[in-house]
Design a protein around this ligand. Structure first.
Ligand code: CTP
Ligand code: CA
Length: 234
């Protein structure tokens, strides 16, 4: 109708999207991974392209086809993803960290395949922390790096006896210092790999309860593109 709002436009804008799960190698044939399908990041790339954005897609392990027309970089480990995201983020208008980044990696990488010992024992795998790519972008921007004015995180939360999904989301947003956090409610039958999603978009400089989006990953992607276009065109 004549009253319909203008569709969101990101023409002339460059948006970085990281997506999929990282893999942290243990030996030449094994890794520690996670169940991220990358579908949300791919849906977001599609919605961004539809809005006219240039999309730099930093792909970890994504189990679904990518849309045509993205500027693609691939990464396997968190360390590789970090380098790729930082390179793509320079001079971009926004970064969305939809990737599921491993918090830990094996302290050492065995050069040869780990074999079972005949005594029936099992090895203990020592882990070390990975850098927080998102928090580093925010911190380095404050130190003058040319990282985007809009940095967006994704958080998958379950909520528990101590706090709700949104409370954990607020705390994570404050800890990360990014502009926007998409808090996804996950559970055994929600989130990873599923088509439907339930999420809240939380702004850092905002006491409002946040914008709730229920529906498909494409619905969430379109909602995020709307708020990105409102913010960047303000
Ligand atoms: N993230 C990141 N680098 C990491 C871990 C997470 O950039 N090493 C990003 C994710 O891409 C996501 C956001 O941080 O956008 C939140 O990830 P999440 O795992 O929910 O947060 P964590 O700070 O790792 O907290 P938790 O201990 O709950 O896993
Ligand atoms: Ca984590």
């Amino acid at each position: 109708s004549l009253d319909a709002p203008a569709p969101p436009s990101l023409a002339g804008r460059t948006v970085v999207v990281s997506a999929g799960g990282t893999r942290e190698p243990l030996d030449p044939v094994r890794y520690l991974g996670n169940r991220s399908s990358g579908k949300q990041g791919v849906a977001l790339a599609r919605a961004l392209l539809d809005a006219g954005a240039h999309v730099r897609f930093v792909s970890a392990h994504v189990e679904t086809p990518l849309p045509e027309g993205v500027e693609l970089t691939t990464a396997s480990t968190a360390a590789e993803l970090r380098e790729a995201v930082r390179a793509a983020a320079r001079g971009a208008d926004a970064v969305v960290m939809a990737a599921a980044v491993a918090d830990f990696r094996p302290a050492s990488l065995a050069e040869t395949k780990i074999k079972k010992s005949p005594d029936g024992g099992a090895p203990t795998i020592e882990l070390v922390r990975n850098p927080d790519i998102l928090a580093e972008l925010v911190a380095d921007r404050a130190r003058g790096e040319q990282f985007p004015p809009v940095i967006v995180g994704f958080a998958a939360e379950t909520g528990d006896a101590r706090a709700s999904v949104d409370e954990y989301g607020r705390a994570k947003l404050a800890a990360k210092g990014c502009e926007l956090l998409v808090v996804n409610e996950v559970g055994v039958d929600k989130g990873f790999g599923r088509e439907d999603t339930s999420a809240t978009l939380l702004w850092r400089n905002d006491d409002e309860p946040g914008r709730h989006v229920a529906g498909t990953k494409d619905d969430l992607a379109r909602a995020l593109v709307e708020v990105l276009s409102e913010t960047l065109n303000r």
